[in-house]
Write a protein that binds this ligand. Structure first.
Ligand code: UD1
Ligand code: CA
Length: 451
């Protein structure tokens, strides 16, 4: 890895009209995180010492998102979108204050891996002043073409609309990602003009201008999938599919079993340890960790939750933010858990809602138990101590505490704290009328016959 300080400039000023959205394009999410967040994370893992984000007008939300991902990011406003060269120059102040490499990234190109940026910068170490990330396009139409010397030296980048028919036949295309090790880069960029088919200031013209100054430009190639740019929602879905496939493969290589990997959906931060088994149709929202040997059965939706070693979840379970399940916890079918810590070995196997509270070690929550946590105004907690047994179809009206080892009789509505070791029952006394059923049937049959 090169030691030169790195300024990353992330271009995010484009309107993104093809998304047909009220939200700026780069805030649309991929794997649970805005595209901008993916690119900022890339800038950071590439070792940026400074990060600049170029935004358009009315993009306060983009600025907020950028600052929350990288608190000391500098934000620059590009009032009118006059081209990529013009966009980079919006950050002129940052470029001039910086002594080192400059990397240009697009906020709508979220799949590039840090290793690829490392290869790009390594080309600077080998003597290039400008290194351009290129790829062989299945369909080059619309991309800038990379005109080379036949090896990896770059002579020019020709935009599709300005290219000659011969240049259009070139399959090697510009991803848009460029790295510069050029003293006085801002002055070079300021010389870029706009006499071209789109009357735009093309960043890509830096290559030819640099060469007239005697600078060497070079291409580093990567896979087309990595540099997919997102302009519309179908491309967002395509990027999502690529991201998911890549992350699933990584996790499987790290020791996670997936029976039907294509049906498992991960978030950018999902952590899954070795020997976890994932059955089909499991969705992970942000903020989930799963410890060793846990098993997640089919059809579960999990977000903001931690799952302990050896736990068994599902089928058909829903874990919401604040579900903290210790080792060997069982959460079964049609059970929803929100903001509840379940200690080791606790079980809630069927048809329950556990919201806001705690469940002690080895406590057993019977089928149909509900934590009544909300009165229409406030939320309250249900605290169940170790080893307690909650009979089926109980309603625990919070705030309420169930002592260690206590029993709750099935069907009870519990509104008062229960002391350790007691049985609490809340039920009308059962009545029995011997022989009643036979009499009833006879009477009903007679009536029906009459009418
Ligand atoms: C650009 C490249 C092209 C490359 C292609 C890859 C130039 C001149 N062309 O073309 O060689 O093959 O990307 O997708 O660089 N942006 C701004 N402000 C502007 C213009 C653009 O912030 O004034 C941002 C956009 O939001 C986007 C990125 O820069 O993230 C690229 O802009 P776009 O208009 O999509 O460039 P292309 O014409 O596709
Ligand atoms: Ca584009």
């Amino acid at each position: 890895m090169t030691a030169s300080p790195l300024l990353s400039i992330v271009l995010a000023a484009g309107k993104g009209t093809r998304m047909k959205s009220d939200m700026p394009k780069v805030l649309h999410k991929l794997a649970g995180r805005p595209m901008l967040g993916h690119v900022l994370a890339l800038a950071q893992s590439a070792g940026s010492t400074r990060v600049a984000v170029v935004v358009g007008t009315d993009m306060d939300a983009v600025e907020v998102a950028a600052k929350s991902a990288v608190p000391n990011a500098q934000i620059f406003l590009q009032r009118a979108q006059l081209g990529t060269g013009h966009a980079v120059l919006a950050a002129r102040e940052a470029i001039e204050a910086h002594d080192g490499d400059v990397l240009v990234l697009y906020a709508d190109t979220p799949l590039i891996r840090p290793e690829t940026i490392a290869r790009l910068r390594a080309r600077l170490d080998l003597g290039a002043a400008i290194a351009v990330l290129g790829f062989r396009a299945r369909n080059p139409a619309g991309y800038g073409r990379l005109v080379t010397d036949g090896k990896d030296e770059l002579i020019a980048i020709r935009e599709d609309k300005d290219a000659t028919p011969t240049e259009r036949r070139i399959e090697l295309c510009n991803s848009g990602v460029m790295a510069f090790r050029v003293p006085g880069l801002a002055d070079l960029l300021a010389r870029i003009g706009n006499s071209n088919a789109k009357s735009e200031y093309y960043l890509t013209d830096a290559v030819e201008l640099g060469r007239t100054d005697g600078l060497c430009a070079a291409v580093v190639e990567c896979d087309e999938d990595e540099v997919l740019g997102v302009n519309a929602r179908d491309q967002l879905a395509e990027a999502e599919a690529i991201w998911q496939a890549r992350r699933r493969r990584e996790l499987m290589h790290e020791g996670v079993t997936m029976i039907a990997p294509q049906t498992v959906f991960l978030s950018f931060d999902t952590q899954i340890a070795r020997d976890v088994i994932l059955e089909p149709n499991v969705f992970f929202g942000p903020g989930v960790s799963v410890a060793e040997g846990a098993e997640i059965k089919a059809n579960c939706h999990i977000e903001g939750a931690s799952i302990g070693a050896g736990a068994r979840i599902g089928p058909f379970a829903r874990l919401r933010p604040g579900a903290k399940l210790a080792e060997d916890v069982h959460v079964g079918n049609f059970v929803e858990v929100k903001n509840v810590a379940m200690a080791a070995g606790a079980k809630a196997n069927h048809l329950s809602y556990l919201g806001d509270g705690s469940v002690g070690a080895k406590a057993n929550i019977g089928a149909g138990t509900i934590f009544c946590n909300y009165d229409g105004f406030n939320k309250a907690r249900t605290e169940i101590a170790d080893g307690a047994f909650i009979g089926s179809n109980s309603s625990l009206v919070a705030p309420v505490k169930i002592g260690a080892g206590a029993y709750i009789g099935s069907g009870s509505v519990i509104t008062k704290d229960v002391t350790a070791g007691s049985l609490a029952l809340e039920r009308a006394t059962q009545e029995e009328r011997p022989g009643w059923a036979e009499k009833f049937r006879t009477m009903m049959a007679r009536r029906k016959a009459k009418s």
